[in-house]
Design a protein around this ligand. Sequence first.
Ligand code: NAD
Ligand code: UDP
Length: 397
Amino acid sequence: MAHTGSVASIPMDELRALVNKEVHQVMIENSKADIMSGTSNHKYPPIKKLPEGQALRILVTGGSGFVGSHLVDRLMTAGHHVIVIDNMFTGRQRNIIQWLGHPNFQLIIHDVIEPIMLEVDQIYHLACPASPPHYQYNPIKTIKTSTEGTLNMLGLAKRVQARMLLTSTSEVYGDPEVHPQKETYWGNVNPIGPRACYDEGKRVAETMMYAYESQANVEVRVARIFNTFGPRMHPNDGRVVSNFIIQALQGKDITIYGNGLQTRSFQYVDDLVEGLIRLMNGPYSLPVNLGNPDEYTVKDFATLIKGLTNSNSTIKMLPATKDDPRQRKPDITLAKERINWQPRVPVREGLTKTIEYFRKELEESGEIVPTGPNAARPQQHKSKGVFKDKSDSRKKH
Ligand code: NAD
Ligand code: UDP
């Protein structure tokens, strides 16, 4: 093929990125065309019809990820217009396939570290990998996502006067010396450890939110989210809930890192989404913990999953990971008082639904090899074969 002057002048990696973007766009357009021409059996979930002027234009960054896609479902069902921007690093198109082609919905394949010009009323800024092996796979990119990505979204919020909510994390408390953790606790984070790219990234993202609030009058909301689980978790994300369930369902060893006495508190995703929407639409602008105070040692959690799945797996202790927080439990007094929120779904009930989801994933994939504790690239495709563990892969993109 003859090279035209304009193509030849584009550096190869830029050209590749452009082609990839085009291919993604064509794939999406094709699915839309199938849906709209009726060649797919797709039926949209029912949505509320809001009176003129009440439907908001809402941007959800990271909207094809685990939490983001549930949030999108709630916002779409409520009758709003939703734009998702996502680079599909850990997001999956199947999480939002139910809305592709809907007139109220748009998916833009875009990386938040690049600026974008949109017209919106609210921004839920979720874009950022959340599982330790995934955010540690390319720590520089994780830092850029939390810093440059958040700056870009704040710039957008400032320009169009949109209210913006950041999904921060309990990781801002690091390995906490205060228990349970209140929003007033400043945290205990190792700034140069393996979790720092995520923890410090989120801490500075919070700092940016309040700088834009005080200096540029942007309306900000900050949710400090504690461990959340539910359907649509990435089967290869290597987090404790997904790993234990996948291991238990396949009769493989349930892998505990360390002595299993470290604690976590687990909330079901529907509760989190309710909290995010309440926080966004309420008047309170300082950080708010969103989590379920139901606290488990990792060891007890392994036994619980083993019981709920009727599994004959063996519980196996592996070496502890570096800087693994020893305890974590939210104090949710503020959420109760300020946004009238508390979790409603008991952990066991949420786990039952999540186990069902993973059972179906396993039926489709044949086998899933859970991701280990090391940095790992998320697996993007699935087949009838094995969902492979690439935890030794260090290739950067
Ligand atoms: P996830 O990995 O499933 O979703 C993150 C989404 O962001 C994915 O769709 C991914 O492709 C996208 N993304 C990542 N980097 C991007 C970039 N540079 N540009 C555009 N899109 C990008 O994770 P999740 O569990 O759904 O978490 C969502 C948010 O909630 C994250 O900000 C996370 O830090 C926060 N959070 C989650 C938990 C939890 O337990 N799930 C706990 C604390 C905080
Ligand atoms: N964990 C574990 N086995 C696994 C995955 C995780 O013992 O297969 C432990 C991990 O060391 C941590 C806890 O479970 O103590 C929660 O880990 P997760 O990756 O889910 O999230 P974190 O809260 O550490 O960000």
